[in-house]
Design a protein around this ligand. Structure first.
Ligand code: ECB
Length: 135
């Protein structure tokens, strides 16, 4: 376990989220609602087990996984696709690949000072989110 990302994190900046939703074919009305949501990320890291909850007033999303093991991810309430997903450590970055209909899809979490960073990527689009610890 290179670093411990555990905690409750609140979204502070959300660059290019609109383009990320578009590349996932999210409809206009849903994008308009989702764009301005406050998102809270709850990460529970226990050795090689990980639970990540993304909470908002509109929808919630949760995954539980074992580091290094591929699993079936259904992005329920997001773009509702089936993915073959694997999450691994690359140094101190937590890196996810999501194999499915869309090319070059995945995400990456890392810490910088007291901030949690997340890049969500799909095809040639990158959304960069920064979270701060909930007080
Ligand atoms: C769950 C809060 C956001 C709800 C947005 C609702 C509709 C938009 C539909 C699709 C947009 C795609 C993703 C939404 C952005 C964040 C949700 C979780 C992204 C993610 O994959 O987080 C990973 C890494 O922290 C863990 O699942």
């Amino acid at each position: 376990m290179p670093v411990d990302l555990s905690g409750t994190w609140v979204l502070e900046t959300n660059d290019n989220f609109e383009e990320y939703m578009k590349i996932l074919n999210i409809d206009l009305v849903t994008r308009k609602i989702a764009a301005h949501l406050s998102q809270t990320k709850i990460i529970i890291q226990d050795e090689d087990k990980l639970t990540i909850k993304t909470l908002s007033t509109f929808r919630n999303y949760e995954i539980s996984l074992t580091i290094g093991e591929e699993f079936d991810e259904y992005t329920k309430g997001l773009d509702s696709r089936m993915l073959k997903t694997r999450v691994s450590w690359e140094g101190d970055a937590l890196v996810c690949t999501q194999k499915g209909e869309k090319a070059n899809r995945g995400w990456r979490h890392w810490l910088e000072g007291d901030k949690l960073h997340l890049e969500l990527y799909c095809e040639d689009v990158v959304c960069h989110q920064v979270f701060t610890r909930k007080q």
